[in-house]
Design a protein around this ligand. Structure first.
Ligand SMILES: [Zn+2]
Length: 281
C-alpha cells in the first residue's frame, strides 16, 4: 500500500455538531499492535472549535475529546535554528496535542517514535538532544530513546510500548492509559510566555523537577504503607505548598508505575472502593 493513499473520515464537532470530511493517510491503520488513534482537529478545520478525534483500527470513530488549550499556533513562529530543534518547531510541525503526548511519554519514560516522510532526513539525534534537556538531571534520569523512522517502515515497526506520531502530528499510538494531559499543556503554555528558546526548555524542566520530587515523596509513603487518595493529596499539598487535584495525582501514579516501575501504586486506595471492599467482608 502506498503511503500516499488516504481515507475520508466524516467528523462531527462535539460542541456545535458541524460536520466536515477530513483525509487521513491509510497506513496509520496498518500496524496491528496499536490501540486508538488520536487526531487533533484544529480551529478552522471543521468549525471554530478544536477537539481530538479518536479512531479505532478499523477507522471507526470512537469518540471526541474537547480540548481547551488556548495555544494559538498561528502566533508561534518556527525558530531560526537549522541545526537544533526547539519547542516551537515541534509545536509548528506536530501541534500542541502531539507535543503534550511527547512530554507525557518523557515523564513516563516510554520510547518515542516520530515518523518522517521520504523527503526528510532523520533528525533523531536533534529530537533526543532537545527532549533530554527537558528532563532534569537526577539519579532517575535515563537515556531517552527517540527514533525518527520513515512512514513506509511503520507497518513492520515494533511499536507496542512506544508513543508514535506521524509527520503531521497524528498520534498513532499511546502506550499509557489515557488521562487528561493538563500538566503537559499548562507547562507548554507557560513556557511559551518566554520568548527565548533555551529558557523555554528550562521552564519545562523546572516543572518536571517538581513533579519528580512529588513522585519521590509519594514513593517514600507507599513503600511503607497503604494510603487513601484524599490523605495522600493532603500530604503532598502541605509538603509542597500547592493544591493537588485528581489529575495531578493520576499523573503521579502513572509516573510511579512506569518511570519508577513501582508496584506499590496499588496501595493508593480510593475511599469509596475501600468501603466497598470492607462491605464484602
Ligand atoms: Zn464546532
Amino acid at each position: 500500500m502506498s503511503e500516499n493513499e488516504e481515507k475520508d473520515i466524516k467528523v462531527q464537532c462535539p460542541i456545535c455538531q458541524a460536520e466536515k470530511v477530513i483525509k487521513v493517510p491509510n497506513y496509520i491503520f496498518d500496524n496491528k499492535k496499536v490501540g486508538n488513534i488520536k487526531i487533533q482537529i484544529y480551529k478552522g478545520i471543521c468549525c471554530e472549535h478544536q477537539f481530538i478525534l479518536f479512531l479505532n483500527k478499523k477507522s471507526e470513530i470512537m469518540g471526541y475529546e474537547v480540548i481547551d488549550m488556548n495555544i494559538d499556533l498561528s502566533a508561534v513562529e518556527e525558530s531560526r535554528s537549522k541545526d537544533k530543534i526547539y519547542l516551537r518547531d515541534m509545536l509548528k510541525t506536530y501541534g500542541d496535542y502531539a507535543v503534550s503526548c511527547v512530554i507525557h511519554s518523557l515523564l513516563l519514560d516510554f520510547p518515542i517514535i516520530i515518523l518522517r516522510t521520504k523527503y526528510e532526513g532523520s533528525r533523531a539525534s536533534d529530537f533526543t538532544y532537545f527532549l533530554n534537556k527537558i528532563l532534569p538531571d537526577s539519579p532517575n534520569k535515563k537515556i531517552l530513546l527517540v527514533s525518527n523512522i520513515l512512514e513506509k517502515d511503520y507497518q513492520k515497526a515494533k511499536i507496542e510500548n512506544a508513543l508514535v506520531i506521524n509527520p503531521t502530528g497524528i498520534v498513532i499510538n499511546t502506550p499509557w492509559k489515557d488521562i487528561p494531559l493538563d500538566f503537559e499543556t499548562n507547562i507548554v503554555n507557560k513556557s511559551l510566555e518566554i520568548i527565548d528558546d533555551s529558557t523555554q526548555t528550562y521552564i519545562i524542566q523546572d516543572g518536571v523537577t517538581l513533579l519528580f520530587k512529588e513522585a519521590e515523596f509519594v514513593k517514600a509513603i507507599i513503600d511503607k504503607e497503604d494510603i487513601l487518595e484524599d490523605d495522600l493529596k493532603n500530604k503532598i499539598a502541605s509538603n509542597f505548598m500547592h493544591n493537588v487535584d485528581n489529575q495531578r495525582l493520576n499523573l503521579l501514579k502513572q509516573i510511579l508505575e512506569h518511570r519508577y516501575r513501582n508496584g506499590n501504586v496499588k496501595r493508593i486506595k480510593n475511599r469509596l472502593l475501600s468501603k466497598l471492599d470492607e462491605g464484602l467482608w
